[in-house]
Design a protein around this ligand. Sequence first.
Ligand SMILES: Cc1cc2nc3c(=O)[nH]c(=O)nc-3n(C[C@H](O)[C@H](O)[C@H](O)COP(=O)(O)O)c2cc1C
Length: 416
Amino acid sequence: MKRVDDFRLRLGKHELVPIMIGGMGVDISTADLALEAARLGGVGHISDAMINTVADRRYDTKHVKEKLAFYKYNVNNEDKSPVKFDLGRLEEATRLHVEATMARKTGSGLVFINCMEKLTMNAPKETLKVRLTAALDAGIEGITLAAGLHLGSFALIEDHPRFRDAKLGIIVSSVRALQLFLKKNQRTNRLPDFIVVEGPLAGGHLGFGMDWAQYDLAAIVAEVLTYLRAEQLDIPVIPAGGIFTGTDAAQFLDAGAGAVQVATRFTVAAECGLPDKVKQEYFKATEDDIEVNQISPTGYPMRMLKGSPGIGDGIRPNCEAYGYLLDASGKCSYIASYNREVAAHPGARKVKVMDKTCLCTHMRNFDIWTCGQLTWRLKDTTVRQADGSYHIPSAAHIFQDYQFSTEQQIALPALL
Ligand SMILES: Cc1cc2nc3c(=O)[nH]c(=O)nc-3n(C[C@H](O)[C@H](O)[C@H](O)COP(=O)(O)O)c2cc1C
């Protein structure tokens, strides 16, 4: 029986342990987590989701406070179109995060950044261009284009000196999305270096409708591999979503995948950015506690724990401070839902908003507990302590469990 360590992912001159820890915003996949993957010879991701907020927390900038002060006059205004990001500050925040991360890197692995197109930031093209360019300037080794079709994303950076040397990949959930991406980016004469195929069991936003349960990761991966072979394209395919054990991973590698992308197992790692209290909620979750709903203003279904404090919360939209989901005309579907509830309950001190959530605020505060479908199995990956809480394993323990385990076994961490 083969194990993950019998395989290697080749990306240019790099030979890597074929384990990629997926990007998890907002700073859930921290620099510490990504750096552990790189130290151990795999690929880790940081994320640029709400990067100004992350910079404030990590690097002592005051971006959020300053933005809120600048747009304070607009807080009670339904029209958020004047609330723009300062591109200089966005550049600074991205650079700070990437530089600080890369400066600490050890090992033969790589550190990439996850960039979601759906963070439209009231100026989709301009802000995405700054995010991608700043990450390349600051020395990121690769970029994973996520949450969107990214039909114009290569073109935004085609003049960058590192456009052909940095590793650039795309996340797709169907062969059709991949075909579209390749067609639309063809003009830049550059293929992606890797293709993450994300199936319906993943955490975060899903590239499927509410009929997600009808899809199967292995079937989509097989279709993508067949298509690439027919086109004579030699690009590593990296399945993601529900790959819970080293054996699950080895099966995909044996079937022709270049690596696997995993995340849920690492949400409870010591290096993961979720607060310890939230990690315990992930451990405790049963299958019934997990749902896919449509409350994300991005329009994509999102998987989360039903007990997330952000569900139903009717907080006033915080676009003047955040505003990462404002579309090109300054709209976010949460604003419409919030205003509808306020109008329906005149005089109420607080309203409930069930159909959408203020994702910026709640992701910032770790109050939307997004998770993979197999989160309910996390309790079987650690030991319970005398006080009833679950031991929080190290990222290295989880990484090496994926790398070396066989026969569907999961090695439990040793208590000190
Ligand atoms: C807590 C959490 C947050 C996530 N956030 C993002 C994100 O910001 N961007 C993204 O492209 N994928 C995101 N994902 C998806 C993962 O990167 C990964 O592809 C997927 O979850 C892998 O499946 P698994 O969790 O079953 O291992 C997230 C997943 C989790 C569990």
